[in-house]
Design a protein. Structure first.
Length: 401
C-alpha cells in the first residue's frame, strides 16, 4: 500500500502540524493551495522552516523538505490524480472552502472508481467545526450518482480529528528569513476517530485512535476554542494584542474562565461527559497561556468573526445549549458582544461585521451573524443578552448629549 498523503490546505496547521507529523514518519506529503503564486513560491523554495516550541521555553528549528505542492485551480488534473492515488487525504482549511472541496473530493471518488482502486481512502477532517463528517458526507453524496455513492460508502472513510497543536505566525525577523515559516507547539499526536476508518489502513504512529471523537470535537470547539476566542475578543476590547497579554489581565482571565465554565456545564450535560472527562488543570493551563512561549496575535485567534459568531460555532452553539438546559450564558454572551467590537483592517470578516453595524445597527448584526430570531423564546433571550452586553461595553454617555 502506498504512503501518499494529500493535504487540501497549505496553511499553518497543514504545514506546521499534520504535514510535519506525516513527513516525520516517511510519508510523501502533497500540499494543495488555490493560489498559483503561493504554490510556485513554496515549490521553488523547496523547503520551509518550522520553529517548534516546547513547554519549557525551548525552541527547535526544523527544515521541512521533500514535499510536493499543487494548485487546485491551475493544476486541477494533477491534484485530482494525487487524490485518486492517496491512502490519506486531509481537509485542513476554513469552512468557506468546504463546498468546493466537497466537489473536488467527489471528483476524486469517481476517478478512483473508474480506475478500479480497491484500497480505502481515509479523509482526515482537521477542521474546527462541529459535525464535519456529516457535512462532507452529505455534500460529497450530492455530486455522486447511485453507483458512485455505493463505491464512496464502501471505500472512503470520513475521519474527524482533534487539532491540538498551536500553529502561529513567526516573528517578523523569522519571516524575513523564510516567508513560509511556521511557529508551533510540539504536540506529538493527532487524535482521530477510531470508528470512522474502513478496514485495510496502515496507521501512522502519531495517530491516537480515540473513542467518541465527534463528541470530543464539540467539547474542543464549544469549550476550548470558545475560551481561546474569548481571550481574543475580550482581550482586544481591553487593549491587548497577544494571547499571553490578554491572559495576564485578571478581568479578561476571569470572564474567559466563567464563559468556559458555562460551556463546560452545557456540553457535559448534553454529551454525557463525566466530571473527570471535563476536568483540566486550570492553574497550569492559565500559567502556560500567560507565558506566551509561542506569541499568538489576537488578530489571528479572533479572525473571521463572521464564522466564529455563527449559530453553530463556539459562542452561539454552547450558549443556546445552555439556555435549553435552563441556564443563562451571561459570560458567553458578553464574549460574543466583544466579538462585535473586534477589528482588524486586514480581516475581511471583521470589516464585514463592522460595516454592517455602521449601516444597520447592532441589533441587525446580531440577528444576521449569530442567526438569532428575537421572536424565538431561547434565541430571543440570547439576542437580548448579547445586545445588552454590547451596549454596556459601548462608549455611549447619556449625559454627553
Amino acid at each position: 500500500m502506498n504512503r501518499d498523503v494529500v493535504l487540501i490546505g497549505a496553511g499553518k496547521i497543514a504545514r506546521g502540524y499534520v504535514g510535519q507529523l506525516f513527513s516525520a514518519e516517511g510519508w510523501r506529503v502533497t500540499y494543495v493551495h488555490h493560489r498559483m503564486e503561493f504554490v510556485r513560491g513554496l515549490r521553488n523554495r523547496g523547503y520551509y522552516t518550522l520553529y517548534q516550541h516546547d513547554h519549557d521555553g525551548g525552541c527547535k528549528t526544523l527544515r521541512m523538505e521533500g514535499y510536493d505542492v499543487l494548485c487546485s485551480v491551475e493544476e486541477r488534473e494533477a491534484y485530482l490524480d494525487a487524490l485518486a492515488r492517496a491512502q490519506y487525504a486531509g481537509v485542513v482549511t476554513f469552512p468557506g472552502a468546504f463546498d468546493g472541496i466537497a466537489a473536488d473530493l467527489a471528483a476524486a471518488v469517481r476517478l478512483r472508481m473508474e480506475r478500479g482502486v480497491e484500497e480505502p481512502l481515509a479523509i482526515l477532517l482537521c477542521v474546527n467545526t462541529v459535525d464535519p463528517a456529516e457535512f462532507f458526507y452529505n455534500r460529497i453524496s450530492e455530486y455522486l450518482d447511485e453507483s458512485a455513492r455505493a463505491y464512496f460508502d464502501r471505500h472512503v472513510g470520513l475521519v474527524e480529528t482533534l487539532v491540538t497543536r498551536l500553529c502561529s505566525t513567526p516573528s517578523p525577523e523569522q519571516l524575513l528569513e523564510d516567508p513560509y515559516a511556521v511557529s508551533t507547539s510540539d504536540t506529538p499526536i493527532l487524535e482521530v476517530d477510531r470508528e470512522a476508518f474502513l478496514p485495510g489502513h496502515s496507521y501512522p504512529e502519531f495517530f491516537l485512535l480515540g473513542e467518541n471523537v465527534p463528541g470530543k470535537l464539540v467539547k474542543k470547539i464549544w469549550c476550548g476554542n470558545l475560551e481561546h476566542c474569548c481571550l481574543a475578543y475580550y482581550g482586544q476590547y481591553f487593549g491587548h494584542g497577544y494571547v499571553h497579554e490578554a491572559a495576564r489581565d485578571p478581568y479578561v482571565r476571569r470572564c474567559t474562565y466563567y464563559a468556559g465554565q458555562e460551556a463546560n456545564r452545557a456540553v457535559a450535560a448534553a454529551y454525557g461527559f463525566s466530571p473527570e472527562e471535563m476536568a483540566f488543570d486550570v492553574p497550569a493551563k492559565w500559567q502556560r497561556s500567560m507565558k506566551g512561549l509561542v506569541p499568538d496575535p489576537l488578530t489571528r485567534v479572533g479572525a473571521d468573526p463572521v464564522r466564529k459568531l455563527g449559530k453553530n460555532d463556539r459562542f452561539i452553539g454552547p450558549a443556546l445549549l445552555s439556555l435549553q438546559q435552563g441556564n443563562l450564558p451571561v459570560f458567553i454572551a458578553k464574549g460574543a458582544a466583544c466579538g462585535f467590537y473586534f477589528h482588524n483592517p486586514e480581516d475581511a470578516g471583521a470589516r464585514t461585521v463592522q460595516a454592517h453595524i455602521q449601516e444597520r445597527g447592532i441589533g441587525s448584526a446580531i440577528q444576521t451573524f449569530c442567526g438569532l430570531d428575537p421572536a424565538h423564546p431561547q434565541e430571543g433571550l440570547l439576542y437580548q443578552l448579547i445586545l445588552s452586553a454590547y451596549e454596556e461595553l459601548s462608549q455611549f454617555d447619556p449625559a454627553a448629549g
